[in-house]
Design a protein around this ligand. Structure first.
Ligand code: NI
Length: 135
């Protein structure tokens, strides 16, 4: 673990009171832990927006498996991005719907392109991308 560094921070009193409510609501043990999480979140967004840095994440897709050409298209797209895909999990969600969770790692711009291509297929009911840091 990296060395801990102490530093002083001055806050607007009202803002700090609101922040303390957030700390309590999220069950953080300390303000420091809550501030660390906010900083990490900002850094992940920065990596993500930069487009070039490596990120990890999950693409979650819900689709109607009765649309046979759709299943082929979704598989074709995934094979086009096989260099990014670490694993996939398929769940037979309901009689009609399948859920797939595609775990990815790679350059953020390419991860986003994969998610956009999956999302744009007709018959995909929902597609979301969750990104975290790969570092
Ligand atoms: Ni299924």
């Amino acid at each position: 673990m990296a060395k801990l560094v102490r530093f002083g921070v001055s806050f607007d009193g009202a803002l700090l009171a609101e922040f303390d409510k957030h700390v309590k609501a999220k069950a953080y043990s300390t303000r420091s832990k809550a501030i660390e999480d906010l900083i990490r979140e900002a850094l992940v967004v920065k990596e993500w927006e930069g487009g070039a840095g490596p990120v990890a994440g999950a693409v979650t897709v819900v689709y109607d498996h009765h649309k046979r050409t759709l299943v082929d298209h979704l598989l074709d797209i995934q094979h086009d991005y096989q260099d990014l895909i670490i694993s996939t999990q398929h769940v037979h969600l309901t009689h009609d719907n399948c859920l797939e969770v595609i775990v990815v790692k790679g350059k953020s711009a390419r991860v986003r392109k994969l998610a956009d291509e999956l999302k744009s297929e007709k018959g995909v009911k929902h597609c979301s991308l969750t990104i975290t840091t790969a570092g």
